[in-house]
Design a binder for this molecule. Structure first.
Ligand code: MIC
Ligand code: SF4
Length: 753
């Protein structure tokens, strides 16, 4: 039986009437995305039509998921909300805080000792407030959600940008910051600007070496890391229905990399098969009763150009495998062009590591297709030229692939089998020699490849590709190896060639697992005590942020003008810093240390305007704070791209930064800043970015008139006394302005407003 099946049935009971009403209000056939949105309005039955990209709408998500690295802050905030229990089904997953070093067994034991305090905290808070807890080693949040909780037509939010993975099962699943999750866990509505819709029509059929991963690598190449901002991507067409459910998950997962709010697919047979294989025939039975409501109206897919804001068509029969990177997931190179591109750009050809896993690609199908390449290498007598590591997505996958001989096949090739967890994907990788900083290439099946992400080495060129391509490239040891056309030399010096990969979509003998690693919460948690040691370096209870004093901010210093890509990895680095995710003051020591200072092109070196010296960003900001001087941060395009981590907003808030003024924001980060009571502003005129100088002092001239739709005026006073007036746009609505005034959204919840 599926978890929370009663909740799912209740949702299904309400969908038909709400969707019918929405269709009547909108006055035309509906896309799947619109159906799910209108079926999840906070008000229940729809009463008006919303305008895409304009109206802020209150929604009622069906469930919430949090992972350990973000759950700490989310739950610390939830503890302030004064509730006895979470209002909607919620789960916490321990997956980010496990370092990959020697292999699963030892690594997990080390994590359980080193992060005991944090895991104990998460487990006891979960127990107290009715939250399902998935222990370290149980698997990666998004894989577990897909295996256990996702359901067609549902809506969920999660404190991780790859929550979108659940779109593979026809959900609208959206990544948010912890403060948004706290709203929903507290029984409040969740707000989102009604998204625009991008349709992706998949014609033809995947074949040979191409995999679902290539679809999204291609889409990322087309749309870039910004192209999906404010949009839901809806996939359809014969190419969509002919692919596996977990493959759909892969595609939706990496929708985060194009900034999309989420991605989804209509309910189909692949979902029925997957739900049944994962023990949820009851969900299939319930979904089948309203199947028409769980996909778009037929007219939409027949004439998509009338219903989507943008339409992309990809013919899967012609699609080639892609290898995206380095340093950004939207730089796509089809395998046939890699020789040329790699040579032109001087990318290291030798592949040092191949890594398979992450929430993106760790399904049974992924593993079996990769293993089919590994098995061929053994048969052909090829010793792999690169090192190999895998992270199974869940204990259920690991157990099943072990039973089916796949782990043994990987191990025959010297593969390290790491814990069922994020591992190298989030920089939890103790890679030997990474500290030498050598230029090198790795290939992986993950979703992100920002500089330093996997191993902390800025010179590691990480390329994203499908698991079967990772296997082929790692075995050949060359980035420019094209398995479709190229031969390899085996250990006897003979020329050999790989056949295309093949694998089972689902285990023919069914999934199996002994201990999935789940801990159900106490029915009555009121007597459960949550302890946080005041001397802890890992956890710190939160102090509410101060409300706005009602005055214009004046005399603010420019802390940093960040140049170019500034993702949440640059603002609040992961890897070794993950251990401070529950301690705001300690983690604030990583604030913006990865951002490039536009004035000297260095990272973590900004001018301290009090002394004229160049110092580390957090150190300078702490001095401003101590002196009672406000500051602002200036940034470039798509600032805060990447993850949902709200530390990237809470750290500047905690250290006294008042505003972040950029050319454009990534959605989740912008909301996170608003929630924490910061000013998230964009240049009305992007070229004004160039007017900002290193010694600037900033005065807000009309913050006292802060109102929706009204620009703010900022005066930048330069060192020579000259001034520039810069106009800033913002997207705050009335209630978001209240968050700013109260000091944070949480302050309002805690005050019962
Ligand atoms: C990531 O992939 O960067 C993370 C770690 O999963 C993040 C969440 C986080 O910062 O903890 C994400 O994608 O949201
Ligand atoms: Fe974990 Fe990587 Fe997935 Fe983020 S992207 S949840 S770090 S596996």
């Amino acid at each position: 039986m599926a978890f929370d099946i009663d909740m799912i049935r209740k949702v299904y009971d309400t969908i038909p009437a709400r969707v019918d009403k929405a269709r009547e209000l909108v006055g035309r056939p509906l896309t799947l995305s619109e159906k799910i949105l209108y079926a999840h309005l906070w008000e229940g039955m729809p009463s008006k039509k919303f305008t895409r990209s304009k109206d802020y709408v209150d929604f009622a998500p069906d469930r919430v998921a949090c992972q350990d690295a973000t759950a700490q802050m989310a739950l610390l905030q939830f503890m302030h909300a004064g509730k006895e229990k979470v209002a909607v089904p919620t789960t916490v997953h321990c997956d980010h805080l496990i370092l990959a070093k020697v292999g699963a067994e030892k690594d997990l034991a080390v994590a359980n000792t080193q992060s005991k305090e944090v895991f104990d905290f998460l487990s006891s808070v979960s127990n107290k407030y009715g939250i399902g807890f998935w222990k370290p080693g149980s698997g990666i949040i998004h894989q577990i959600v897909l295996e256990n909780y996702a359901f067609p037509g549902g809506m969920m939010i999660g404190t991780d940008s790859h929550t979108v993975n659940a779109g593979g099962l026809g959900m609208l699943a959206i990544g948010v910051g912890g403060a948004d999750a706290v709203d929903v866990m507290s029984g409040m509505s969740w707000e989102l600007k009604f998204p625009k819709l991008i349709g992706v029509k998949l014609t033809g059929k995947l074949n040979g070496w191409t995999a679902p991963k290539d679809v999204i690598l291609k889409v990322a190449d087309i749309l870039t890391v910004k192209g999906g901002t404010g949009a839901i991507v809806e996939y359809f067409g014969e190419g969509a229905t002919s692919m596996s459910c977990t493959g759909k998950g892969t595609i939706c997962n990496m929708g985060a990399e194009i900034g999309a709010t989420t991605s989804t697919f209509g309910y189909d047979d692949s979902m029925r098969r997957y739900l049944t294989a994962t023990g949820r025939a009851d969900v299939v039975e319930a979904a089948d009763k309203i199947a028409d409501y769980l996909t778009a109206d037929a007219e939409v897919y027949a004439n998509p150009e009338h219903y989507f804001d943008q339409l992309i068509e990809i013919n899967l029969s012609e699609l080639e495998p892609y290898i995206n990177g380095p340093f950004t997931p939207d730089r796509g190179t089809p395998v046939s062009k890699m020789k040329e591109e790699a040579a032109k750009n001087d990318w290291p050809i030798k592949v040092e590591w191949g890594l398979i896993g992450s929430c993106t690609n760790s399904s049974y199908e992924d593993m079996s297709r990769a293993v089919s390449i590994v098995n061929q290498a053994v048969e052909l007598g090829i010793t792999p030229k690169a090192e190999f590591g895998i992270n199974p997505g869940s204990e259920q996958i690991r157990y099943t692939i072990e039973r089916d001989g796949m782990i043994a096949a990987f191990e025959k090739m010297g593969t390290k089998v790491f814990t069922n967890a994020c591992g190298p994907c989030i920089g939890q990788w103790d890679r030997e020699g990474a500290d030498k900083g050598e230029k090198n290439t790795i290939v992986h099946s993950f979703n992100r490849n920002f500089s330093k992400r996997a191993d902390g080495n800025p010179n590691t060129h990480a390329f994203v590709t499908s698991p079967e391509m990772v296997a082929a490239l790692a075995i050949s040891g060359r980035l420019d190896f094209n398995p479709i056309t190229d031969k390899l030399l085996n250990d006897n010096g003979e020329e050999v060639m790989f056949k295309p990969p093949f694998g089972d979509e689902l285990p023919t003998k069914g999934f199996e697992v002994e201990d999935p690693g789940f801990q159900a919460p106490a029915t009555d948690g009121s007597s459960v005590n949550v302890v946080v040691n005041p001397d802890s370096s890992r956890l710190q209870l939160l102090e509410p942020f101060q409300p706005w004093n009602g005055q214009n901010i004046t005399g603010a210093k420019l802390l940093i003008k960040a140049f170019g890509k500034c993702t949440t990895d640059h603002i609040s680095m992961a890897g070794p810093w993950l251990r401070f995710r529950g301690h705001l003051d300690n983690i604030s020591n990583n604030m913006l240390i990865g951002a490039e200072n536009a004035f000297n092109n260095k990272t973590n070196s900004v001018k301290n305007q009090l002394t004229g010296e160049y110092q580390e960003v957090p150190a300078v900001q702490r001095q401003y704070k101590a002196a009672g001087i406000p500051s602002i941060v200036v940034g470039d395009q798509n600032y805060g791209e990447g993850s949902s981590r709200e530390h990237a907003a809470m750290e500047p808030r905690h250290l006294g930064v008042k505003a972040v003024l950029v050319k454009s924001f990534a959605r989740i980060h912008e909301t996170n800043l608003k929630k924490q009571g910061m000013l998230a502003l964009t240049f009305a005129n992007e070229a004004d970015y160039d007017k900002i100088q290193e010694d600037d002092t900033i005065n807000f001239l009309d913050l006292t008139e802060f109102a929706p739709g009204k620009q703010l005026t900022l005066e930048f006073v330069h060192a020579d006394g000259s001034k520039d007036i810069i106009m800033a746009n913002h997207t705050y609505n009335d209630s978001q302005i209240e968050w700013f005034k109260a000091g944070s959204a949480l302050n309002l919840i805690a005050a019962g407003k």
